[in-house]
Structure formats: C-alpha cells, structure tokens
Write a protein that binds this ligand. Structure first.
Ligand code: BDP
Length: 694
C-alpha cells in the first residue's frame, strides 16, 4: 500500500460474525440525494460499503425491511421527516451536527443517520463508516455529535512556486500553474479526508504571504479549488499580505487608516466574494519576522485587523490575526512578546476577528508550557495554532505522534476564570462565551504519494481534526481509531502500536530537549542538534539565548529574578512556575537557571538527570523499533518496510542528538557521563564539524 488512502482504506471486515451483524443492519438504503453534498456522502457510503462489506446497498424509497439504513435531513428524506423524535433530537445538533440512532421506523428496526443540514449528513456518514472500520458494535446506536469549535482549519504554509515552508512531504498539492483549467483529482481526496475528520476550513497559502494570490489570475484558480471543496463543507481562506495595496494595487501606502487603502481592500474583497460566495476570510501574519503590517504606519494590530474585518464583514467573513509577533529589537525574553502586544488591545478588535495563538510562547518546540495569552484576552476570541508539520520534532523522518502534545496543551489549566479554566474551554468559548471559535493546524501535507511523508505523520493530521471537532477527546482513543483504520483491527497490532505512538513524543523530548530545554536545534533547518550554533543574525534565534548554559548551570530564568515571564500567567500558575520546587520536571529549565549539582525530584544531580533523560530517549526509540519489528506480517509489506527504515534513521539521529548535546553541555558542567552508559561515537569537535544532514 502506498498510504494514499490514508484512514479511508475501506478494507473488508474480516471478523465473520461481525460481518454478519453489519450486513444484518445494512440490508437496504433509503437515501434520496439531490445536491452535491448529499451526493458526496452517498458516494462515500457506497465506496465504504463496497470495500468493507463487499457490495453497495440496494436502494429503496421506503423503510419496509429490518436493517434499513436511512440517511438525510428532514428536508431531503421523508422517512426522517416522519419521525418527530428525530426532529426533536436534531435541534441541538445545530448546523454541522448529526445523529446516528437505532430506531423503529414503520415497525422495522432501522438505523438513521440524520442532520439538520447536508454537511452534517456527510459527517454522519463518515462517522458511521468509522464504526465499521474500527469494528465497533452498531446494533444499538445512540450517537449525537456536533463540533465544539466552529472553524476547524488547516493552515498550509504553501508558496505559489509549490515549495512548502517547513514542509517535509514533497511539493505543495496546489498546482497553481495548471489551475483553473485542470483539477487534480487529489483536491477531492483532500476534501474527503478533511471532511472525514470534520475539518471545514483551509488556508491555501503561506503566512509569509505573496500578494500575487490576490490578483485576478490567481483568484480564478482559488475559485476552482473552492468549487471542489464546497460539496465537502470546506471553506477556502487566504493569507493577506499587508502591503498588497502597494504591491498589486499601485497605491503609495498600506496604512490601514488611509481611505484609499480601505477602499482597495473593500473592492478586492468584493471581487473575491463574486468568485467565491462562501470565501472564509483572511489569515494574517503582520509585523513579525520581517512581514509588513500596520506598525509600519504607526498603527497597531487592531487597526490592521479591523480594516480587513470591516471589508469581509458584509459577507460574514472572518479575520484570523496571528499573535506570533516579535519586534525587530531583540527582546529580553521573546516569551513575553505576544502578551505585551495583545493584552492592551483586548476589546479593540471587531467582532469578526480572532487572534490566533501558538500553543506555546516560543515556537512549536517538542514541549512548551501553554501560551500565557490563553485566557488573558477576555474580550477577544482566541484561536489555537498547533503545528502538524514537525518542524522541531524530527520533520519527515521521526515517528512522533502529536496527539499527546495537543492534549497536554488543551488540558492545561490557565486559571483565567478560576480553577478548571483549561485551554480547551477558552478555545471552544465554553467559558469565555465568545461566539467565534477556531482551531488551526499548520498542515503536514504535500504531494508525496502518502500525503505526509512519514506514514505515521498521517496520524497527526487525523488527531488534529478529531480534536478540533471535540477537544475533550483523548489522544489514546484517537490513536486507536487511527491505527485500526490505517493498519488493521488485529488486537496483536492495535495495542502495541497505539502504545508506541503514545510514548513517541516523550521519547523525542527526551533525546532532544529534556527537562524543559528548548530551541537548541541547528540554525535555520531546525532539524538536528545545534546548541553551539552561533551563526545567526539575531540573539533570540541562537540556541544559546535559550539554554544559557555556563559553568554555573543551565536553563532560562523566567522567574521574578529573571525575565519574569511567569508574571504573565494567572496567579496559581505563576506561583507554581516561580518556585523551582513546584515547577514540574518537564518545565524545569524552561523557567529556571539551575546549578549542575541541583538535586532534582529524582534525587539526582541535574547533570545526571539530564544524562539519564537523553539516554532514556534513545532506549525508547529502540523499544519502538522492537515493537515495530514484531508487526512484520501484520502490516502490508510496503508500509512495514518504510517505517522500519525510518526508525533506523531515527535511532541513529536520536543518538546523534544525545551524544552531541551531552558532550556540548559537558564542556560547562565538567561532570562525567556516569559509567555503564555506551560511549558517544564521535568527539564534540567531530559532531560539530560533520554536521547533521537531513
Ligand atoms: C517558525 C518557522 C517559520 C514560520 C514562523 C511563523 O520557522 O518558518 O514562518 O514560525 O509561524 O516556526 O510565522
């Protein structure tokens, strides 16, 4: 298998008795489908049934047999309209939700997949197929689902020349040069995959934006993509380069308060909506890492966001404004930048603006504490930005399941509205009462045949979608679903592979950045280790700025005696991180600069604890290799061999990380690597000279 089919493989159900019950409950189909979304759902159902159960279901106009599957909305299907109970139950399902229920219709035992609107039907069909794919029981169903987050977005960092910033899975899937005339069949498969996990928004272009995307020629291409996605409930968004009025509009300024500039955006937006009536809106990176923005004109982020918000408001569009900003002057601690810029603007944004916050305050590190901006803005909806492409986590080669990382952030308690103010409740609006909500993931998708490069990276796309739909789901349950659908339902595979995934991110943290270390990756590439790297133009891009190792110790003092970044957290969290004895081990060196001889919770010197973590990380990768080797014969040959090969690289690179980081930090600690541990394969000088080749 190439992996192209992702988790939508629809392979035959092999368990005989299960197959028999499934067939008993899917004797015939009542599914009138008169529009493109219902048709898409019906086609998917037919494809799924054929693959899973061996044939499409015969159709019927009425539910006159036990085992009838009834699918639709009250508007599309008479058998649903005739069920007052379904009508009542559907009320809370809202615009995108659905029900799947075992009910008696005309005295016959039927299964109903019902929704208020067509997209909900599509989601319901995917859910029903998932039940069969994961071998779940379907005899007594009483499922009601609706998304907890309104906008569930993939952010593509795709450039118009088809390179992908921080992409490790080939070229961009958007073939701009052949659009709009040629529609790659892949666009539809992309839409199917996203709809299957509830993703309903996609930003096609890089946050480091190119204004060319807003020219008429490119908008026609965007419209062609939007035409494919519409049936699948997916809206298209674009990144807006703030200086577009100058670059493609011929104006002298992009000042957001200039009437001509405002008119230019109003006209541009009208042009877009004429082509794409359901266009979603813009995502903007402004005044960050060299991108233009309102501050270039003495205005603030709210001025910039509101100008665009006013332009899209008549069409119900939204503006997602990124909080990942930091100024050109090197700050004392970059950690504090977003709060410093955005807290004073709270309440100044138009109602259709969301502020999109990365999960942590630095930059998608293997582990970060939650961003202190979550919960700090009380009058502005805050969107979550996760990164699915593993820029700092081994990129295309390391097996790292991010479900656990997403879960860790979503479950973190901000205390912003008292105890139990978890990040997820801020994102969903549950405690903030914000009507708008969004969760975004920086996509890991490219033109590779299996979409994501590493076969296991597909799980991160999958987990993101499932959590955006419902941030309370558990990472373990999601991993299990994915394994069952992607590989097999064989219990001898499901459990070990799920557990391997669940431990994989911790392994990576251990061999890369244990105990709260961060940003010690090689300059620019962010791939291999580079705690010694010095050749960067800015202090806060250098690993040394973050690890601060010296003969006295290691770590970034962010307490009140240091940068005081802890002051941006709510008191309960602040106090916990301020005190080294209440700071969890995983964030020790994130918040404290500690002597090498500091006694850790494990009753070891900090140095020995660090060494143990690095060695443990490598051991964990070797355990993953053993687990995977046992899967031979339980997984198709191609994917088995590919993962096996990648794990060999990962083990090699984990050792490289461990040895070179420890040898480097040893130059400060002057302490030995405890006996009994295998020796590094090179000297530090050799590691530094050889370099780490992706
Ligand atoms: C960093 C990436 C850079 C992105 C930036 C961003 O290294 O390529 O442009 O984040 O999120 O992680 O804007």
């Amino acid at each position: 298998e190439s992996g192209y089919d992702l988790w939508l493989r629809y392979v035959p159900v092999t368990n005989k008795s299960l197959l028999a019950t499934y067939k008993q409950h899917t004797v015939q189909l009542v599914f009138p489908a008169g529009n493109e979304t219902l048709n898409a759902a019906k086609q998917e159902l037919a494809m799924g049934m054929k693959g899973l159960l061996g044939g499409p279901l015969p159709e019927s106009a009425v539910a006159n047999k036990d085992g009838t599957l009834i699918v639709g909305t009250p508007a599309s299907c008479r058998e649903i309209t005739a069920q007052p109970l379904i009508g009542q139950l559907l009320v809370p399902a809202g615009e995108e939700g659905y029900l799947i229920r075992s009910v008696l219709v005309n005295g016959k035992k039927c299964t109903v997949i019902a929704a208020n609107f067509n997209t909900g039907v599509l989601y319901g069909v995917f859910h029903f197929l998932r039940l069969l794919q994961t071998n779940a029981p379907i005899a007594r169903l009483s499922i009601s689902e609706s998304p907890k987050v309104k906008i569930r977005t993939l952010n593509h960092w795709d450039n118009l020349d088809r390179t992908v910033e921080r992409g490790y899975a080939g070229q961009s899937i958007w073939k701009w040069d052949e659009l709009p005339a040629t529609i790659d069949p892949r666009y539809r498969d992309y839409a199917r995959a996203n709809a299957s996990i509830g993703v309903n928004a996609t930003v096609l272009t890089n946050v480091n934006a190119n204004s060319k995307i807003l020219t008429a020629a490119y908008l026609a291409k965007v419209a062609a993509i939007a035409n494919v996605f519409r049936a699948y409930g997916i809206k298209v968004y674009l990144t807006a380069r703030f200086s577009s009025p100058i670059e493609i509009g011929g104006l002298k300024t992009a000042d957001p308060l200039d009437p001509q500039v405002r008119q230019w955006w109003t006209d541009k937006v009208a042009e877009i909506y004429k082509l794409i009536p359901d266009f979603g809106g813009f995502l903007v990176k402004a005044n960050s890492e060299g991108q233009p923005g309102p501050q270039s004109y003495g205005r603030n982020h709210a001025d910039g966001a509101n100008m665009l918000a006013a332009a899209v408001a008549p069409y119900h569009g939204t503006i997602t404004w990124r909080a990942f900003v930091y100024s050109n002057e090197v700050p004392e601690d970059r950690h504090k930048q977003a709060n410093l810029e955005f807290e004073p603007l709270d309440g100044k944004f138009n109602p259709n603006v969301l502020v999109q916050v990365k999960n942590g305050a630095i930059d998608f590190q293997p582990r970060e504490p939650f961003h202190p901006l979550f919960g700090a803005l009380k009058k502005t909806p805050e969107a979550m930005e996760f990164q699915l492409t593993k820029e700092y986590l081994g990129q295309g080669t390391h097996l790292v399941y991010l479900g656990t990382s997403f879960e860790e952030t979503l479950e973190a308690d901000t205390y912003s509205y008292g105890k139990n103010s978890q990040v997820r409740k801020i994102i969903t609006g549950e405690i903030t009462k914000q009507p708008l909500s969004e969760m975004a993931g920086v996509s890991n998708i490219g033109a590779d045949s299996n979409w994501c490069g590493h076969p296991f990276s597909q799980a991160n796309w999958y987990a993101f979608g499932r959590l955006a739909w419902n941030p309370s789901l558990s990472a373990a349950a999601i991993a299990e679903e994915w394994v069952r659908m992607t590989f097999s339902n064989d219990p001898a595979l499901v459990k070990p592979v799920r557990e391997m995934m669940m431990g994989s991110r911790e392994a990576t943290v251990n061999y890369m950045t244990p105990l709260g270390l961060h940003h010690i990756m090689a300059a620019n590439s962010h791939y291999g280790p580079g705690p010694w790297d010095n050749a960067l133009p800015r202090e806060d891009w250098k690993p040394k700025y973050y690890h601060r190792a010296d003969s006295a110790g290691i770590g970034f003092n962010r307490t009140s005696t240091g940068s005081n970044a802890v002051s941006q957290y709510f008191p309960e969290v602040r106090t916990r991180f301020e005190n080294v004895h209440t700071t969890p081990d995983r964030f020790l060196l994130w918040f404290h600069h500690l002597p090498w001889t500091f006694k850790t919770r494990a009753n070891k010197t900090l140095w020995n604890d660090l060494v143990d973590h690095y060695y443990l990380g490598v051991t964990q990768v070797r355990d993953m290799q053993k687990t995977w080797d046992d899967m031979e014969g339980k997984v198709d040959r191609d994917r088995f061999a590919e993962v096996k090969k990648l794990l060999v690289i990962q083990e090699n690179e984990a050792r490289w990380w461990r040895d070179s980081c420890l040898l480097y930090f040893q130059t400060f600690s002057g302490m030995p690597i405890p006996g009994g541990y295998e020796k590094p394969s090179y000297t530090l000088a050799e590691f530094m000279k050889r370099g780490f080749k992706p």
